[in-house]
Design a protein around this ligand. Structure first.
Ligand code: SF4
Length: 362
C-alpha cells in the first residue's frame, strides 16, 4: 500500500476485525503505548470493532501527561524571572503545576514563547544575547534527537545564553515498570511506531523474554492498529511472546543510527519521575557533564519544591493501564479540557482528552 487512504479503508479494517474475532478464544488486555495511537483508536472506534474479550488500555506515551508537576513548577518559576525567555512547545502551556501554569505566568508578564523546534529556541538565544533562553525539553525518544542537536550546536557555536530544562523520558523502562507492577493487567503491547523509527526495536527483545509478553511495533492508521492487534492476539493465542514489526514501512530493527548517536553524545540515562506514576529507574535522559553549561537546573538556582498531584485525579492508574478515563468520577464533570484537573485531560494526546472528545458526547 502506498497512500494514506488505503490505511483507512473500511473494508480492510472490517476484514482485520473479523480475523481478530475468529482467532480470539480468551480474555486479553492489550496496551497501546502512544497517545497518538490512543487518539486514533478512540477517534475511529477501533476498540468497538473488537470482540468483547479484547480490552485495549492506554499507556503512558503522552509526553505532556507524564511530565512531572515539579518540572512544570520549575518552568513556571524560571519563566517568571525578569531576564529569562522560556521557550516551550505550545501544549505544555496549559498543563497545571501545583499553583499555576505557563499560560498564567505569561499573562502575568513572564516571557514565555511557543516554538516548534528546539532550534528555534537556539535562534532566539542568538538574537537576544542580553537574555537567558531556556528551552523546556520534554518528550520521548521522538523529540530527544532534535533537542540533543540543539545543545550540540549551541556548544559548537559557543552560544552561552542557551540552556535546557530537561524532562526527557524513554519508553522501554516505562514498559518494564508497568509489567513489573503487581497489579499489572497488560498481556501484550503495541509499541509506538514513531519511537521505534528512532530507536529500532532491539531493546524490546529482553522485555518480551523477561515478562513473557508479545510486543508488536505498530503504526497509527486504523488498519495499522487492527493489524498490530491481530498480530498480538495471534501470539497470545499461540502462547508466543516475540517482538514483531507491523510498521515495517517506517521502522527497521536498528532504527535511526545518526539520531541515536547525537542523543548518546549529549544525554545519558538517568532515573526520572513520571507524573502519576512516580520515579522509574533508568527511564529518563539528562545532560552529560560535558554539557553541564547548557543544563538549566545546574545553571540557575531553583526554588520550587516537589508537590503531590491532585488527589482527585486517577491518571496514574490510567497511564499504567489499570483504569479507563470513564472510571474517573471527575471525568466530564469537574474535569474537562476547558477546566482540566490532570494532564491526561490537558494534553491533546491524553487518554482523558481523547475519550472526552470522541466518546463523552456520543
Ligand atoms: S478525567 Fe481528569 S481528573 Fe479524571 S483521571 Fe482524567 S485528567 Fe485526572
Amino acid at each position: 500500500m502506498k497512500y494514506i487512504d488505503e490505511y483507512r479503508d473500511a473494508e480492510a479494517a472490517l476484514a482485520l476485525a473479523a480475523e481478530i474475532k475468529k482467532i480470539t478464544t480468551r480474555d486479553w488486555t492489550i496496551m497501546e503505548i502512544c497517545g497518538g495511537q490512543t487518539h486514533s483508536i478512540v477517534k475511529h472506534g477501533i476498540d468497538q470493532l473488537l470482540p468483547s474479550r479484547i480490552t485495549l488500555v492506554h499507556g503512558p506515551g503522552c509526553p505532556v501527561c507524564v511530565t512531572p508537576i515539579e518540572a512544570i513548577d520549575t518552568a513556571c518559576e524560571l519563566a517568571a524571572r525578569p531576564n529569562i525567555i522560556l521557550c516551550s512547545f505550545g501544549d505544555m502551556l496549559r498543563v497545571p503545576g501545583s499553583h499555576t501554569d505557563l499560560l498564567k505566568v505569561k499573562a502575568g508578564g513572564g516571557d514565555v514563547r511557543i516554538v516548534y523546534s528546539p532550534l528555534d529556541a537556539l535562534e532566539t538565544a542568538k538574537r537576544n544575547p542580553e537574555k537567558e533562553i531556556i528551552f523546556f525539553a520534554v518528550g520521548f525518544e521522538t523529540t530527544a534527537p532534535a533537542n540533543a542537536m540543539a545543545v550540540y550546536r549551541a556548544a559548537k557555536e559557543h552560544v552561552t545564553n542557551y540552556s535546557q530544562l530537561v524532562s526527557q523520558v524513554t519508553v522501554p523502562a516505562a514498559m518494564a515498570a508497568i509489567l513489573g507492577d503487581e497489579e499489572n493487567l497488560v498481556n501484550g503491547f503495541l509499541a509506538a511506531g514513531h519511537v521505534c523509527a528512532v530507536t529500532g526495536y532491539d531493546e524490546y527483545y529482553p522485555l518480551a523474554e523477561r515478562y513473557s509478553v508479545p510486543i508488536v511495533v505498530t503504526g497509527f492508521e486504523p488498519t495499522d492498529l487492527l493489524h498490530g492487534i491481530l498480530m498480538c492476539v495471534r501470539q497470545l493465542e499461540e502462547g508466543r511472546h516475540e517482538v514483531e514489526n507491523q510498521y515495517s514501512r517506517a521502522v527497521s530493527r536498528l532504527g535511526n543510527q545518526p539520531a541515536q548517536e547525537v542523543m548518546r553524545e549529549v544525554y545519558e540515562i538517568s532515573d526520572r519521575n513520571w507524573r502519576g506514576i512516580g520515579v522509574i529507574p533508568g527511564s529518563g535522559l539528562r545532560l552529560r557533564d560535558r554539557y553541564a553549561a547548557f543544563d538549566a537546573e545546574r545553571k540557575f538556582e531553583i526554588h520550587s519544591v516537589p508537590t503531590a498531584d491532585s488527589a482527585d485525579c486517577i491518571s496514574g492508574t490510567i497511564l499504567r493501564g489499570q483504569r479507563k478515563p470513564t472510571d474517573c468520577p471527575a471525568f466530564g464533570t469537574r474535569c474537562t479540557p476547558e477546566s482540566p484537573l490532570g494532564a491526561t485531560m490537558v494534553s491533546s494526546e491524553g487518554a482523558c482528552a481523547a475519550y472526552y472528545r470522541y466518546r463523552a458526547k456520543s
